[in-house]
Design a protein around this ligand. Structure first.
Ligand SMILES: NC(=O)c1ccc[n+]([C@@H]2O[C@H](COP(=O)([O-])OP(=O)(O)OC[C@H]3O[C@@H](n4cnc5c(N)ncnc54)[C@H](O)[C@@H]3O)[C@@H](O)[C@H]2O)c1
Length: 253
């Protein structure tokens, strides 16, 4: 039986201060990884053993000098070992109708949700190859099924899942690239949106065949599994983590 423990292997996690990001940091730490955690926000309460680097992913996409500086910071933190896992988790969810969405809202959605995962993957390709590493992209159920107002977010997630499948054709002999497509996950933000609307929250839960929404830890544990040798033949996969809701037809009958 192969072990999930990955001592002396480094995981780079974006969006580490968000709901799922914090769970990713915990679960990869529990699995024995050393962590470089990044977020656009500042680190207020990361545990001391986590190496936190503040990083604006939109700037990384636009500014090559800024991107290179980030690469060298990570290289220094890992003492030249380089990362073994890249978790592209950060995203923005800008909701706006097709008639009114602005160029700025559209480009920010694409920069953060799609171009940043692409250019981070490109920047760390040599390290990931020499460490037989893996990339996990946190996509969304919106890659395939979506709602009104989600046109920018859903399009970026569909493209992120497509990028996952396509990238393995270029680099897939030595780096595994997979995606997770979660449905509703009970982050603080999701729960805050339902304060005073408990009945609606219950209906959301019951709409899932499992009778509940997912937890950040469930997404994070799947990411750890995908990064491990136990998922050694899982390549270019976009794995649904939706409690079964991806199979539900929501018509009024
Ligand atoms: N929570 C859910 O229900 C759910 C469902 C499906 C998919 N997802 C996906 O899971 C991932 C994490 O979602 P979450 O719910 O934890 O969201 P979140 O908003 O709590 O976390 C996202 C993090 O990304 C960071 N971020 C935003 N813009 C950035 C930028 N320009 N540069 C660097 N960092 C930036 C934010 O500061 C935040 O900490 C996202 O990719 C999201 O699309 C979430």
């Amino acid at each position: 039986m192969q072990t999930l423990c990955s001592k002396n292997r480094w995981a780079l996690i974006t969006g580490a201060l968000g709901g799922i990001g914090r769970a990713l940091v915990n679960e990869f730490t529990n699995a024995g990884y050393k962590i470089v955690a990044t977020d656009i926000n500042d680190d207020f309460d990361m545990p001391e053993n986590i190496h936190f680097v503040q990083l604006d992913l939109e700037k990384l996409v636009i500014d090559e000098v800024y991107a290179n500086e980030f690469y060298y910071k990570v290289n220094k933190i890992t003492h030249g070992t380089g990362i073994s896992t890249l978790v592209n988790n950060a995203a923005v969810q800008i909701l706006a109708n097709t008639r009114v969405i602005t160029r700025k809202q559209w480009s920010t959605s694409f920069n953060v949700n799609l171009s940043a995962p692409f250019f981070l993957s490109q920047m760390f390709i040599n390290d990931l190859e020499s460490n037989s590493g893996s990339i996990v992209n946190i996509s969304s159920i919106h890659a395939t099924q979506t709602k009104k107002q989600f046109v920018a977010y859903a399009t970026t997630k569909a493209a992120l899942s497509a990028m996952t499948r396509n990238m393995v054709l270029d680099i897939g002999s030595r780096v595994r690239v997979n995606a997770i497509e979660p449905a509703a996950i009970a982050t603080d933000m999701l729960k805050a949106g339902f304060i005073g609307k408990e009945e609606l929250y219950q209906r959301l839960e019951m709409f899932h065949p499992l009778g509940r929404v997912g937890t950040p830890n469930e997404v994070a544990k799947l990411a750890v599994f995908l990064s491990s040798e136990n998922a050694g033949f899982v390549q270019g996969a976009c794995i649904s983590a939706s409690g079964g809701i991806q199979g539900c037809l929501s018509d009024p009958m």
